[in-house]
Design a protein around this ligand. Structure first.
Ligand SMILES: C[S@@+](CC[C@H](N)C(=O)[O-])C[C@H]1O[C@@H](n2cnc3c(N)ncnc32)[C@H](O)[C@@H]1O
Length: 362
């Protein structure tokens, strides 16, 4: 497996889903980034669930062999997933990337007040029945200090699982050209022993914005690459183009705007607020955390390092380490949403690989 399998232009490198492989299930699968990462680690993903319709269409396009359930996980019966597990085979891995908004520092309804917070506990109900050897949870760091995390630990214990110590990881340390700080924690079936799995970042070279984007066609506002439907620049207003032209290439910020181009709403704010909007990415750095607004320069440091425009969907997909062969369903904003909400494929691929070294049973 290549260190940068996401750079491969061919699906062949993605790993098949053949019968003799260890079995995995993906809960809250979204558009399938985690499934892609698990398959690249040699697992056969047999079933996945997500409530979102467009995510489901994308998921089926890329993983047609997996049984995808478009459902609210709360109404999903374990038997609906169990039928996908071949007779006589044990479920080795369950991936659980529950919605992170309830635990995010940017959410004012943070914590138990957000009705999405308890969704993660559904994994325990399913684990009781399906008995995966290893469960991997991915979320934002805020989850580790939440009351839900303590409930998760207790209910996993009563279901016969031991939850490990949450590990804070930055995708940029795992081959992703993007800063994205996440929390990873694993649970193993007792009497298995939970070790702190070795998340060594040593020897892992930083992948930069240049590595990810430099080979793509330069575009101006409104221009598109005829060979790549995702590499199309949004059409910027004239005032936005004047602002972008005034911001230095390769990492410049809106600090450089002359007074007549400054935004009224930014003038009276502290420098800390919104200071990244209209900012350009740096070629030899990593991108900031991509959100669902990642192709909009008014939502963060999402301007191209050189071209006077926001990054395209292709560029956003590359910064999330989706391989170019990955197909997305939906309109532009639905695709941006899927990309911004995804788990970086390469980060998860490397984490699963590290976990497998720590838990050879999985
Ligand atoms: C962090 S995203 C998952 C990312 C995904 N695993 C990936 O590989 O990129 C959380 C997902 O939870 C889904 N979700 C939210 N509420 C749900 C529910 N009640 N039942 C099932 N899925 C739900 C959302 O549609 C979203 O795709």
């Amino acid at each position: 497996m290549s260190a940068n399998f996401w750079k491969s232009r061919s699906r062949a490198s993605a790993g098949g889903n053949s019968a003799d492989k260890p079995i995995a299930i993906d809960l809250f699968c979204g558009s399938g980034a985690v499934t892609t990462a698990i398959k690249a680690n040699g697992y056969r993903v047999v079933a996945a669930v997500d409530i979102n319709r467009i995510c489901g269409v994308t998921y089926r396009k890329n993983h047609p062999e997996v049984i995808f359930k478009r459902r609210d996980i709360r109404s999903l019966q374990p038997s609906e997933l169990a039928v996908a597990i071949p007779t006589g085979k044990q479920l080795k891995l369950m991936a659980v990337c529950a919605p992170c908004q309830p635990f995010s520092s940017q959410n004012r309804r943070r914590g138990a007040a957000d009705t999405r917070a308890p969704l993660i506990l559904e994994s325990v109900r399913l684990a009781r029945a399906l008995k995966p050897q290893l469960i991997i949870y991915e979320n934002v760091p805020g989850i580790a200090a939440s009351a839900i995390f303590q409930r998760l630990k207790r209910s996993l214990a009563s279901a016969g699982y031991i939850l490990g110590i949450p590990q804070r990881v930055d995708a940029a340390d795992f081959g992703v050209p993007q800063r994205r700080v996440r929390c990873i924690v694993a649970a193993v079936r007792a009497p298995g022993r939970i070790k702190d799995f070795a998340l060594s970042t040593q020897g892992s070279e930083r992948v930069t914005v240049r590595d990810a984007l430099a080979d793509l066609r330069p575009l101006s506002s409104g221009e598109s690459d005829p060979y790549d439907p995702l590499h199309i620049s949004r059409v910027h207003h004239e005032i936005t183009l004047r602002r972008l032209a005034a911001i230095p290439q390769d990492g410049g910020s809106r600090d450089s705007l002359p007074p007549e181009l400054q935004l009224e709403c930014h003038r009276n704010r502290d420098r800390g607020d919104f200071c990244d909007v209209y900012g350009r990415m740096r070629w030899d750095g990593v991108a900031p955390t991509l959100t669902t607004g990642c192709t909009d320069v008014t939502r963060g440091r999402y301007a191209h390092p050189r071209d006077d425009r926001a990054i395209t969907l292709r560029e956003a997909a590359r910064l999330q380490t989706f391989p170019d062969w990955y197909r997305f369903a939906g309109n532009r904003s639905q695709i941006a949403e899927q990309i911004g909400n995804a788990v970086p494929v390469e980060m998860f691929r490397r984490l699963v690989s590290a976990l497998r070294r720590s838990y050879p049973d999985a």
